[in-house]
Design a protein. Structure first.
Length: 287
């Protein structure tokens, strides 16, 4: 039987008692602010079944005890890796990059330094897309550019830091774009691409749990936090938006995912994209 089918079969044979599931949910919420809820129980069983198999653990209760007793935190990191979705793509939700290039960056290019934060960067497609967008918009004379890319998944961050992707990930991007920003792999790396140093060196990758204080990251001109807040309940979303507000320069820009909105969460941002309610700008309170 193929391994993928074996995992499905194992997942279907495992029982996740309600009290253990409740403890897993509480752990994810307390440590990461991620809300699972009753509807996610089948997903949790399917996502964690492979971890149980590889570790030779016989039950979810035993696995939970294994995670919380690990003082290194590596088992908790592996759990959150399994339970969070790292789906992304280059220039995902392209309207955001178009708005950034045409409406935001022309004003920022007059400044000596531009700082952008990709919060929830997954495997690195978003920060690399941002780097390419900023380089194209800057032209020959460019300001000092710094992109911070953070995530709670150490596995995703490792892939992002490598900056190496299969060719089919770039299938929808023009040949001119690929020639300017990518290096083609040869030999055993044939069919793969790596970003050129001028792109990759703009990005600083790091682990960051959005549920914890992050005042030490500094302030930014632009923050992308897209398709991340959907994992949080309303109370946690409000706290998170307030923390992002504190990390933005006056009149800084905040981008959220197309399935997200700041409506009802804060009055400290104004919507600035008339056709897309996912681009906001920091304002003075109440304006």
């Amino acid at each position: 039987m193929p391994e993928a089918l074996q995992d499905v079969a194992r997942a279907s044979s495992l029982s996740l008692p309600s009290d253990v599931y409740r403890r897993i949910c509480d752990l994810m919420y307390q440590r990461f602010g991620i809300q699972l809820g009753p509807a996610k129980k089948h997903l949790v069983v399917a996502r964690l079944a492979d971890l149980l198999r590889r570790k030779g653990v016989r039950s979810f209760d035993e696995y939970y005890q294994h995670v919380v007793s690990d003082v290194s935190g590596q088992e908790l990191s592996a759990m959150v890796d399994a339970l969070t979705t790292n789906f992304t793509s280059f220039f995902r939700e392209p309207e955001h990059f178009e708005y950034l290039a045409k409406q935001v960056l022309p004003g920022l290019n007059r400044r000596p330094k531009i700082r952008v934060w990709s919060a929830g960067c997954a495997t690195g497609e978003e920060p690399h897309s941002l780097a390419c967008c900023l380089l194209e918009a800057a032209g020959a004379i460019r300001p000092n550019i710094e992109i911070l890319a953070t995530d709670i998944s150490t596995r995703a961050l490792a892939a992002a830091q490598r900056g190496v992707y299969p060719a089919d990930h770039f299938a929808e991007l023009s040949g001119t774009w690929q020639k300017r920003f990518l290096l083609r792999g040869e030999g055993k790396w044939q069919g793969w691409y790596r970003f050129k140093p001028e792109v990759h060196e703009l990005i600083r990758f790091g682990y960051l749990n959005l549920n914890e204080p992050f005042s030490n990251v500094g302030v930014f001109n632009v923050i992308f936090c897209r398709n991340v807040m959907i994992y949080f309940d309303e109370a946690e979303q409000k706290r998170l938006v307030e923390k992002f507000y504190q990390c933005l320069n006056p009149e800084g820009y905040f981008f959220v995912g197309h399935a997200e909105s700041l409506f009802g969460l804060t009055n400290k941002f104004r919507m600035i994209h008339q056709n897309n309610a996912t681009v906001y700008q920091r304002t003075e309170v109440g304006t």
